[in-house]
Write a protein that binds this ligand. Structure first.
Ligand SMILES: Cc1cc2nc3c(=O)[nH]c(=O)nc-3n(C[C@H](O)[C@H](O)[C@H](O)COP(=O)(O)OP(=O)(O)OC[C@H]3O[C@@H](n4cnc5c(N)ncnc54)[C@H](O)[C@@H]3O)c2cc1C
Length: 596
């Protein structure tokens, strides 16, 4: 059976030694909230919740799945009690505004908790995960009345949220939405249509569910410019508008079926029917997509963290197995001569797999932390220019975090399974569940191919390349600053090569894309990976720099060893990626459609 212990030591490292902790602490109201006195007990309690309550339900939840009975979705055994513990512990409100009953913790801290939940039980994490996105969209775009009525219950976790975009004919292309919203004349709307694949669309964990639904008004212009966002509660408010006490009548929204799927089986993926359901406009008419993007951008960063969480738990279990499993002898002589064979940890190929997983996990955790800190700066810094600069960085990194971290989740969980050989493939050891659970993260919230297009098509050229400069300038400055530092040479030299490749490819993709968008599209996925690996290289160089000063401690020695593995064995992939980007799109055009 697998095990999980939250990697608290590394989490503290990325928060207080790697990220700019002083900058975070200097944000208004944050000094105390990011002090070790407060953060350490929060992380320890979070670790307990995840290890003791959520993790034991991961396997049983996978086996049992959800069931639809008379329109009610039953989550697996133990989930309602676990959700009650989650809610009563105040975890739903961790990063929410105190004005709505939240605890106001920075995103930097909340991200670490999110990672733990994804490691312990990704399916469970889906329920509160979407609530937080709904909270953000309502906070930013909802009317004062909607906020007052719905936010306190969402923040307390008594109610949960969903995002309802997808329809059978409309996935990536949201311009194809058919769901209609008709004004009732009293400020409310009647919503009619069918949505599919709605995570947490119906369940028995909370007393009410708030659906954020994309739909079209009768006078909507065609395409994505004509989409509006509505809040549609499962239970309507009582007649006097109260949200406390008794619930109002049931709204005309129902789960019609549950999807049977490869992974995250304990997360209810629902087909939903809206049959003249009552809803309220969130934001302005026809501007729903930009309002929904508040939720989607947040969800994309969270989905990246899903990949990270699964990579971490898979790594922990692969290492434990590699220490115990005896097969063959070490190539340079037995390490356990008293035993019938050596542990497989001695074999170079097993070490390659484990180190790849480790370098991905720790590097991705560092990247996620950098982005979370910038989210906090973008929200809280008193200087508008600083807020803008931080937001630019978050905009740029969102598709990279989503796609690169979820690809890392898939790669790492597959390696984790491989470390266990045939035992990884059978169910008993739990490793195959991580592979199955990791796969969806590359698909939902905009497939990774779409993230790559977002990077080359929108983010790179935005505001004359302003977003790009938020990454390129600091990396270049760092490389120049460390150029003469002998101890950093082994890290900075390969980083500067990778960075040069990224600069060249970015310029070339932009140049070709101007005259022929097919060219930019052809390069997008390789370019995003090149970007992600270079960003990881920058993070690993900085982690190595911190660690060089503290080599007496085993934790920092391990960091340095992992950094060296990353620069020697992983970053060189940027060379082949650059070659693929520079090769252009001709090879993708040549084969005629009919010949496929
Ligand atoms: C378990 C699960 C949970 C989900 N949860 C939710 C949820 O809570 N709410 C919600 O609204 N949706 C949800 N979804 C839906 C999910 O977001 C979509 O499946 C996803 O966005 C892709 O849409 P699609 O499946 O229709 O694929 P399509 O859009 O049909 O895409 C098929 C393929 O074509 C590619 N493609 C499409 N258009 C382009 C293009 N312009 N350029 C290049 N490539 C393109 C895609 O990358 C993909 O590889 C969920 C799905 C699953 C399976």
């Amino acid at each position: 059976m697998p095990a999980y212990a939250a990697p608290l030591r590394d989490m503290r490292f990325v928060l207080t030694e790697f990220a700019d902790h002083a900058r975070l602490a200097a944000l208004p109201g944050c000094a105390e909230l990011v002090s070790p006195d407060l953060v350490d007990p929060v992380l320890e309690e979070a670790a307990k919740l995840c290890s003791d309550i959520l993790f034991p339900l991961n396997r049983s939840g996978d086996e049992e799945g959800c069931a639809l009975e008379n329109g009610v979705v039953r989550t697996p055994k133990g989930f309602p009690e676990a959700y009650a513990a989650f809610r009563e512990g105040g975890w739903a409100s961790l990063a929410c505004d105190p004005a709505w009953g939240g605890q106001g913790l920075p995103k930097a801290v909340a991200t670490l908790f999110e990672e733990m939940m994804c490691s312990a039980n990704l399916s469970f994490g889906m329920y509160p995960g979407l609530s937080h996105g709904a909270y953000s969209a309502l906070t930013k775009h909802g009317s004062d009345e909607l906020k007052a009525r719905y936010l306190p219950k969402l923040v307390s976790g008594e109610w949960t949220g969903t995002m309802c975009l997808t329809e059978p004919q409309c996935g990536t292309d949201l311009g194809l939405i058919r769901t209609r919203a008709v004004p009732r004349g009293d400020g409310a709307y009647e919503i009619t249509g069918n949505k599919i694949f709605i995570s947490a669309g119906e369940h028995d964990l909370a007393e009410n569910i708030l659906h954020l639904v994309l739909a079209k008004l009768p006078d909507a212009p065609p395409g994505t410019r004509g989409i509006s966002l509505f809040l549609v509660p499962k239970f309507l408010p009582t007649e006097d508008g109260r949200t406390n006490g008794a619930m109002g009548p049931r709204n005309a929204v129902a789960c019609t079926s549950l999807e049977h799927k490869m992974g995250i089986k304990a997360s209810a993926t629902c087909a939903m029917s809206f049959d003249g359901a009552v809803g309220w406009l969130v934001g302005r008419p026809h501007k729903g997509l930009s309002a929904m993007f508040t939720m989607m951008n947040e969800a994309r960063l969270s989905v990246g963290v899903q990949g990270l969480g699964l990579a971490e738990v898979s790594y922990q279990n692969a290492v434990a197995y590699a220490r115990e499993r005896l097969q063959g002898r070490a190539l340079n002589g037995a390490t356990a001569p008293d035993k019938p064979a050596d542990p497989i940890l001695v074999h170079p190929d097993v070490r390659r797999m484990l180190l790849t997983m480790r370098a991905l996990v720790e590097g991705c955790r560092a990247l996620a932390m950098l982005t979370a800190v910038e989210q906090d700066v973008a929200r809280l810094h008193p200087d508008p220019a600083e807020r803008q600069a931080a937001d630019d960085y978050v905009q740029l990194m969102t598709p990279i975090i989503k796609a690169f971290l979820t690809d890392a989740g898939w790669d790492a969980t597959a390696l984790g399974m491989q470390v266990l050989g045939g035992h990884g493939y059978i169910r008993e050891w739990g490793m195959e569940q991580y592979v199955r659970d990791a796969r969806i993260a590359q698909i939902y919230e905009g497939t990774n191919g779409i993230q790559a297009l977002d990077l080359v098509g929108r983010k790179m050229g935005a505001h004359g390349g302003r977003y790009l400069r938020r990454f390129f300038h600091p990396v270049l400055a760092y490389i120049e600053e460390k150029a003469e530092d002998e101890r950093m040479g082994e890290f900075v030299l390969p980083l500067s090569k990778a960075f040069g490749r990224l600069q060249q490819c970015t310029a070339e993709v932009a140049r070709r894309g101007l005259s022929d968008p097919f060219e930019a599209g052809s390069a997008a996925t390789d370019h995003l990976r090149l970007f992600g690996l270079t960003a990881l290289g920058h993070a690993w160089a900085r982690m190595a720099e911190v660690s060089l000063a503290k080599e007496d401690d085993a934790f920092y020695r391990a960091k340095l060893a992992t950094a060296r593995f990353f620069f020697a064995k992983m970053l060189p992939e940027t060379s082949s990626l650059a070659a693929k980007v520079m090769a252009g799109g001709a090879a993708l055009r040549e084969l005629e459609d009919a010949a496929f």
